[in-house]
Ligand binder design. Structure first.
Ligand SMILES: [Zn+2]
Length: 386
């Protein structure tokens, strides 16, 4: 364990876990949702508002920050926290997902991923070691290893080769991370005590997921993520993978389900032992006018809200619902006012953070099963009659 980082489970309800992660920038109550701040800013929200609505840990994107403004510049300005004006904990992904999404602008080898920047076409090589270096300079509390995100669908053969490479990369990333922490490199970490999480891949093949989990655990990390999901597979398949993978991960380390976060995914995955989530959904959908409420999602641009004096969600205590009507929010959206995005984002993030608060309370009280059943009556994408 890196100094300054720790995890303990305080309550259990079935497989659901209530816990606390200690980081160099303070504790994080789990299960937790991490708002996505791709370019060192959560689109449309001020850090002050994030803190006020109870966000505890924010995600940054290594690929974007490496290309612009550059990890060296961020380090010169005190690291990611000081640079973006966020005092709380942060996590950076490795950049692998974005690099592999570049398609034919990315070439993969054992060394790493060579890619051309989407900004100016310049060529870069992202390796397990350089991803660790960049993240040490950015200085998030939690760094992720560079992994190869297996496409869906993938044949068992392709998935197997992909996860074997991911395992070799994990060992290289860990060695580099430990060397940086020990002061054996010329990389100066912006946050001493940064933790590093490994990533389990393996597509939707159970034997490959098991092999990947074993290989990743053998390297040894402060926490473990399940990657390569929410890439087009049916939700039931995704929940099955989570159900079989989570219990194979060490019980005393946090478990992070990467990039997955429809409201029902949060509840279904907590029920299977997941502690951390991130997803662009609440923020991206807010900018498109989709708002989440206790009674289900609504599209604020719909003409039926033109004269509606009610708040977006009568059960929501967020500043938007306390002050503004659906009629006003619809008008802002249709008029293309930038505060439409700001207010919609505030409400949606509040809904997500509040859902996680309710999940944590339910686990504490031992009523998570009831909470889950009621929540899924509104939000499940599965056939509830199954
Ligand atoms: Zn609200």
């Amino acid at each position: 364990m890196a100094a300054g980082f720790g995890f303990c489970v305080t309550h259990r309800d079935g497989l659901a876990r209530r816990g606390v992660i200690d980081t160099p920038h303070g504790p994080v109550d789990t299960p937790v949702f991490m708002p996505v701040g791709t370019r060192a800013t959560v689109k449309g929200v001020l850090p002050r508002d994030l803190a006020e609505m109870g966000a505890r840990i924010v995600l940054g994107n290594t690929y974007h920050l490496y290309l612009r403004p550059g990890d060296a510049l961020v380090a010169r300005h005190g690291g990611l926290h000081r640079f973006m004006g966020w005092d709380g904990p942060t996590l950076t992904d490795s950049g692998g997902y974005q690099v592999f999404s570049l398609g034919d602008r990315c070439r993969l080898s054992e060394a790493g991923a060579e890619f051309r920047s989407h900004l100016d076409g310049s060529t870069h090589l992202l390796t397990p070691e350089s991803a660790a270096d960049i993240q040490a300079r950015l200085g998030a509390d939690v760094a992720m290893v560079l992994d190869e995100c297996t496409a869906f669908p993938a044949t068992p053969d392709v998935a197997a080769r992909s996860l074997e490479r991911t395992a070799r990369w994990a060992a290289r990333a860990r060695a580099r991370h430990l060397a940086i922490a020990a002061g054996e490199t010329d990389v100066v970490p912006s946050t001493p005590g940064q933790a590093q999480f490994g990533i389990v891949q393996g597509g939707v093949h159970d034997d490959l997921r098991r092999a990947s989990a074993e290989a990743t655990i053998a390297v040894g990390f402060e926490g473990y993520a399940i990657g390569g999901l929410s890439v087009g597979e049916p939700v039931d398949v995704m929940y099955d993978v989570v159900e079989h993978t989570a219990p194979r991960l060490p019980a005393d380390r946090p478990r992070y389900l990467m990039g997955t976060g429809m409201p029902d995914d949060l509840v279904e995955s907590v029920a299977r032992g997941i502690d951390l989530f991130d997803c662009v959904l609440p923020t991206r959908n807010a900018r498109n006018g989709q708002l989440f409420t206790r009674r289900g999602p609504l599209s604020i641009k719909n003409a039926r809200y033109a004269e509606d004096p009610r708040p977006v969600d009568p059960d929501c205590g967020c500043p938007v619902c306390r002050r503004h009507s659906r009629a006003y929010l619809r008008y802002l959206f249709v008029a293309g006012e930038m505060n439409a995005a700001a207010l919609n984002t505030l409400h949606n993030l509040h809904f997500y953070l509040d859902t996680m608060r309710r999940i944590r309370k339910a686990i504490e009280f031992g009523t998570f099963g009831t909470f889950k059943r009621e929540f899924l009556e509104t939000y499940s994408r599965r056939n509830l009659n199954d």
